[in-house]
Write a protein that binds this ligand. Sequence first.
Ligand SMILES: Nc1nc2c(ncn2[C@@H]2O[C@H](COP(=O)(O)OP(=O)(O)OP(=O)(O)O)[C@@H](O)[C@H]2O)c(=O)[nH]1
Ligand SMILES: [Mg+2]
Length: 692
Amino acid sequence: MRAGKDGPMSKPASCGHCGHTEPESAQITEGRIALVGHPNVGKSVVFNRLTGSYVTVSNYPGTTVDVTRGIGRLQGRSWQVIDTPGVRTLSPQSEDELATRDLLLRERPDMVVQVADAKNLKSTLMLTAALADLGLPMVLALNMSDEAESRGYRCDAGRLSAILGVPVVETVATTGEGMEELKAALPRAAPGRRVAYCSELESALRRLEGSAAAGGSSRLVGLALLSGDESIVEFLSAPGVSGAGVPLRSERGCGPQPDLRGAPEMMADALARGRELRRPFVRPPELVLHADREAWAMGVVGEVQTRSQAERPGWIQALDKWSMRGMPGYAMVACTLLVMYYFVGVLAAGEGVDFMENTLFGGYINPAAVRLVKAAFPFPFIQDLLVGEYGVVTMALTYALAIVFPIVTAFFLFFGCLEDSGYLPRMSAMLDRAFRLVGLNGKAVIPMVLGLGCDTMATLSTRILDTRKERLLATMLLTLGVPCSAQLGVIMGILAKHGWREWAVWLAAVGGTTLAAGWAAAKLLPGARAPFIMEIPPLRVPELRNILLKIKVRLVWYLKEAVPLFILGTLALFLLDRIGVLQRVEILLSPVTTTLLGLPRETAWCFILGFLRRDYGAAGLFVLAEKGLLDSRQIIVSLVAITLFMPCLAQFLVMVRERGTRTACLISAFVFATAFAVAAALNLFLKSTNLI
Ligand SMILES: Nc1nc2c(ncn2[C@@H]2O[C@H](COP(=O)(O)OP(=O)(O)OP(=O)(O)O)[C@@H](O)[C@H]2O)c(=O)[nH]1
Ligand SMILES: [Mg+2]
């Protein structure tokens, strides 16, 4: 079974944060099952269970930001299973929610499995009501029933099923409990019983459905039109959309959809009618709808759920209590960063790299490779190509495997634990105030922290942000001031060998530049900052199996993506060196490297490699620093320049896809100029003050 994703990361294992491969679009399937539900309720775990593949699972809302498809054999038949980004309602607030809503409208999957958090039955049912308005056959999976039980919740699933008119199954996706029952319930999927809204809303809805224009609009589309949901207007107005199977009929089920291609007048009429019918409402229809669904959901909860004495709170609950409270909360953020520094910077980048580089590669692998190559190839050119100064083994593989590999392994381990613990959303809440300074809210902490893992993936995660301005700001700040795991590890490894002053200057230069750029851009860019709303998941002890799986997927991705680029860069350097161009490039760039930044000429190739991958450039500086070719001032200046440097190639390509070519080029040019301007100013400052 395999999985694929509708995104730039859809190539096999093209991103370490996703474990998906190409969709099996060619495979004939019975139909499509969409997994839909609130963020962070276990949809991706269910997807992995149904398809036998792996997509990223983490304990924070917004892990899945794009639609992922896989094939599952259920009840002896092949089905296409679709994992979707989490949605709170079917009136999308962000790009990831939009992807789910549009998928449901455009593709009309044959079945929807609503995956829900059994602890939050009221909000679950409010989404169930919206899905019933969509009219697709559905099954409700009350997931996380282990946690619900431990908190004293009991749900009468049979009674709930009778009320909703759909099969209801209690599951614990992480252990697989209830999964067989879920599979067995799929053939019984049925469209949910619709909620009867207040007469005002129902009559407006009838008039909208009855109008010639929206003669077939499903109840959900009608409600969206009445609610003034701008995204539905955009969706309906998009060329060719109606031909793609928008449910323009009021009947339930998933029968053939009418092809309304070439009916833009009908759309325009429906939109105008929606606007007209909104007018007589005293309270906005969307508020009326929300209140009606809430009242219905509360009534159902009262009928089917009971709560007994919950388990006594343990140490996790105590930690949870302190993690978002003033000083203890900030102290926990500082501790987390400190642990990361010691684990990744001191242990992995110091001890780990020292062992790999000097003992394993320096003592055994490289000398053996030199002997082998010299014996096998009596040609100096080949010998230099493989084991010379710019040799594939002695440079590319040594950098990739001896320097960067131990660092990324440690980082992925630390990061996996952080992701799965549920601490990231708590950190978001604590840092909300700081992020407001740069025109963002705490929600942006997630892409920013993910950027420390991989800026490319983090650029995709900006989809969880609510406004275009926030997505643009976050993309810019990720490119400018957030070093990826490998680069950060190398930087920490270099700085760990120096004193606190070097650390402080690097941090102040990078942090100060990022804050200043964010603050100025927030003032200049039009648009507003959305309020900070994020569900805080329970703190959990990370599951070892998931952490190991994530590390494996990410390391395979690193080896597949980074190592070839390291080899490519080294080959380019080797050839440039051979034809004498490298020295000329070093001379050509010396007005920048030597005069402006006060660095040795050799640093030029580190920056050139930085275009391919920033960690490769940083690894070059690491080696120059080890050889004693850089003094303290030069180390700080070069590290500040490479930290603020351009996005790597992969990040640039994702930026083009997400924000457009023009914006990606503008951001890159701005970041490039800022990196060198700040490094040059820092060089002058350090020279004149003798601070270091
Ligand atoms: N205790 C418990 N934890 C679960 C269960 N199902 C999932 N989880 C955990 O819940 C967290 C979220 O799981 P995901 O599968 O990433 O959730 P999702 O709905 O795909 O989340 P988004 O993609 O962010 O919308 C992870 O830490 C899972 O290990 C369950 O049944 N019980
Ligand atoms: Mg997910």
